[in-house]
Design a protein around this ligand. Structure first.
Ligand SMILES: NC(=O)c1ccc[n+]([C@@H]2O[C@H](COP(=O)([O-])OP(=O)(O)OC[C@H]3O[C@@H](n4cnc5c(N)ncnc54)[C@H](OP(=O)(O)O)[C@@H]3O)[C@@H](O)[C@H]2O)c1
Length: 371
């Protein structure tokens, strides 16, 4: 396999190093905006050179962002090159058309590292989806917020201090919005739901509440109740209806989710015959993420099909049927509600925010133990 590597940052540089250990993966060209004299392969800043080079059969895109990644990936697919990407933003924004382009041009398009980083989540989900009916997918899909919530719970660190620490450690970006407001987790659940249910749901359809309103007092309140906060993204299917949402969720302290600490991810599928299957591990990081990119390249070499599924029925998110229990804080007062639909709960929360801009919303994953 002759590979052009687009992007030489955290994932790209680790991919390059790992590919060097596999004789069948030959990185012939790196697209880079700056000179990289240390690299033995061709380095170019001109993507057209890569498209024109007929000896390159596979493009690995690890630049991130929607543009120019979309233009480059589309051009590569049109030129009959396989594409492997770790870019959830790109895959969420252009799921249908990229899948269609891959199909039309009879090439592979894979993105296992885009959800779950180093965990082979999408490939495992695809295996189960092929022989069973997946009813729901959910999990801790953002390592940054999990690191922050773990420290707030286990060490009593407050939100502002732990955000600063996460930024200093490189876990959170200078602009942490995508992580702390849940948008990163949302993209990953959209990709998971698309694959699990054979649909294509618009990212902006999925209501999303992050962790930025959780205070030390909320953490203490949860502890009093025997519960732990986690940021959970969930999607479920009921007939033709697909529900999906992201919000803080309270788990009993004995639940596996409550014990997933630090930057770890834990994601589960619920299927009719195999029941619950959970996958945990490093949701980010150079080597873990690059490992999934390498594994995707090997799957392409092995002749694995286009994406993991050919099914992508356009589908609006419908949260009017999914029931859950809910926990709110408004003007310092804690409130529990049982059996509201997801749509109702988000509606109630919008009303609370109008009254108290710091109001909190969380789902209760299981029966609370005491009032
Ligand atoms: N890091 C992780 O743990 C992780 C986990 C899962 C998925 N991902 C995904 O993997 C992708 C890459 O992430 P990363 O953490 O490796 O990012 P990163 O460290 O910021 O690296 C991005 C690289 O892409 C290059 N780049 C950006 N725009 C470019 C352009 N227009 N032309 C040429 N090169 C360009 C950058 O070059 P310059 O140096 O010139 O800016 C840099 O080398 C993203 O889609 C991310 O969501 C990352």
């Amino acid at each position: 396999m002759n590979i052009a590597l687009l992007g030489f940052g955290t994932v790209g540089s680790h991919f390059y190093e790992m590919a060097g250990e596999h004789s069948e993966l030959n990185v012939t060209t790196v697209l880079s905006r700056r000179p990289r004299p240390e690299l033995k392969c061709t380095v170019t800043a001109d993507f057209d050179e890569i498209v024109r080079d007929r000896s390159i059969d596979t493009v690995v895109e690890v630049m991130g962002g929607v543009e120019p990644a979309y233009a480059y990936v589309s051009a590569a697919l049109r030129a009959g090159k396989h594409v492997v990407t770790a870019n959830k933003q790109l895959m969420c924004a252009h799921y249908d058309d990229l899948l269609a382009l891959a199909r039309q041009n009879r090439v592979s398009l894979r993105c296992t590292a885009a959800a779950g980083g180093g965990i082979p989540w999408l490939t495992s989900l695809s295996r189960v989806e092929k022989m069973d009916t997946v009813d729901a997918v959910e999990g801790i899909l953002n390592g940054t917020t999990n690191y922050m919530l773990s420290a707030m719970t286990n060490k009593g660190t407050d939100y502002a201090a732990i955000l600063k620490e996460a930024q200093a450690l490189g876990y959170a970006e200078a602009d942490p919005t995508a992580d702390v407001e849940g948008y990163d987790a949302r993209r990953k659940i959209v990709l998971s739901a698309n694959l699990a249910f054979g649909v294509s749901i618009p990212e902006e359809d999925v209501p999303c509440v992050g962790i930025s309103h959780i205070t030390s007092a909320d953490i203490e309140k949860a502890k009093e109740l025997g519960l732990t906060f986690k940021l959970i993204a969930r999607a479920q299917k009921d007939g033709d209806r697909v529900a999906a949402f992201v919000c803080p969720t309270l788990f009993p302290v004995t639940a596996p989710e409550a014990h997933t600490d630090g930057t770890g991810n834990l994601v589960s599928l619920y299927a009719k015959r195999v029941g619950k299957q959970s996958f945990s591990g490093a949701g980010a990081g150079g080597f873990p993420t690059a490992s999934n990119v390498i594994a995707d390249c090997m799957e392409v070499l092995a002749g694995c099909g286009s994406y993991y599924t050919d099914k992508a029925r356009p589908c609006a998110v419908d949260n009017s049927g999914a029931m859950a229990r809910w926990f709110f804080r408004r003007n310092g007062e804690y409130l529990f509600f049982g059996d509201y639909t997801v749509a109702q709960a988000f509606e109630v929360y919008r009303g609370y925010l109008a009254d108290d801009p710091n109001a909190l919303m969380a789902r209760v994953a299981a029966e609370r133990r005491k009032k």
